[in-house]
Design a protein around this ligand. Structure first.
Ligand SMILES: Nc1ncnc2c1ncn2[C@@H]1O[C@H](COP(=O)(O)OP(=O)(O)OP(=O)(O)O)[C@@H](O)[C@H]1O
Ligand SMILES: [Mg+2]
Length: 230
């Protein structure tokens, strides 16, 4: 039986706009299997970031459920949810969200340190991960001394720190020039993800077509993208 690492059913999200309630997600169904790579496309404002934030437990749905390893995220206690986020989830945003005072090595080691790993072990694995994303020459650099593409590569290494079940990437190259974007996308495609599944929100059909499944978010629902449009 295939192992589903993250799923949702009947997922709805409404936002209040003055006296109007705007329904952005209207019953999203999704099951992400172990090691699976999914691309989500959809026009601006269709709710892609909203969906990833719900899947990552950064926001709560208006209705429906997110299930992680078959347990409801909303019914987990705060402690279990934080633990799940630390151990089983990696997030890569459009903006890198790296803390300015930490070096690349410290940033990548941090999720492992939070998870209780010893400093030496965490730093050694962080160095290996930074090598995997092609940054072995940048381990002592802080974000201000890194290029945009390098920062995103640190963010990817950080997302992989605890060998999570899944990584959610919200337009990870949306803020980069075309050349850096291509380098980061090539990296996403070529690094060894092991058993880690991921969802990538992207506008780039070239990267979408390389994933196992292509989904489109439209009118609040997620469906398979017809092959001809990929
Ligand atoms: N906190 C909020 N309060 C009210 N409305 C919101 C909020 N966050 C998002 N929205 C609205 O929900 C809709 C979906 O937004 P979302 O950011 O999820 O879209 P998106 O598909 O990620 O777009 P983009 O491709 O531009 O990143 C938009 O109409 C947006 O204005
Ligand atoms: Mg978005």
């Amino acid at each position: 039986m295939v192992d589903v690492v993250l799923s949702c059913s009947g997922l709805e999200k409404s936002y209040q706009d003055g006296s109007n309630s705007v329904k952005v997600l209207q019953g999203v169904e999704l099951a992400l299997e172990q090691g699976e790579r999914i691309a989500i496309v959809g026009r601006s404002g269709s709710g892609k970031s909203t969906l990833l934030n719900l899947l990552g437990g950064l926001d709560t749905p208006t209705a429906g459920e997110v299930l992680v390893s078959h347990k409801s995220l909303s019914r987990m206690g705060e402690r279990a949810r934080s633990q799940w986020r630390n151990r089983q989830l990696g997030f890569v945003f459009q903006f890198h969200h790296l803390l300015p005072e930490f070096t690349a090595l410290e940033a990548v080691a941090m999720p492992m340190r939070i998870g209780g790993e010893a400093k030496g072990v965490a730093q050694e694995r962080a160095a290996t991960l930074l090598d995997r994303v092609g940054l072995s020459q940048r381990v002592r650099h802080k974000p201000a001394a890194l290029s945009g593409g390098e920062r995103q590569r640190v963010a990817i290494a950080r997302a992989l720190a605890n060998k999570p079940g899944c990584v959610l990437m919200d337009e990870p190259t949306g803020n980069l020039d075309p050349e850096s974007a291509e380098l980061v996308l090539n990296l996403i495609e070529s690094i060894d993800w092991g058993d880690t599944a991921f969802i990538i929100v992207t506008h780039d059909p070239k990267i979408a077509e390389k994933m196992d499944r292509q989904l489109v978010l439209e009118s609040g629902c997620l469906s398979d993208l017809p092959r001809a449009l990929v």
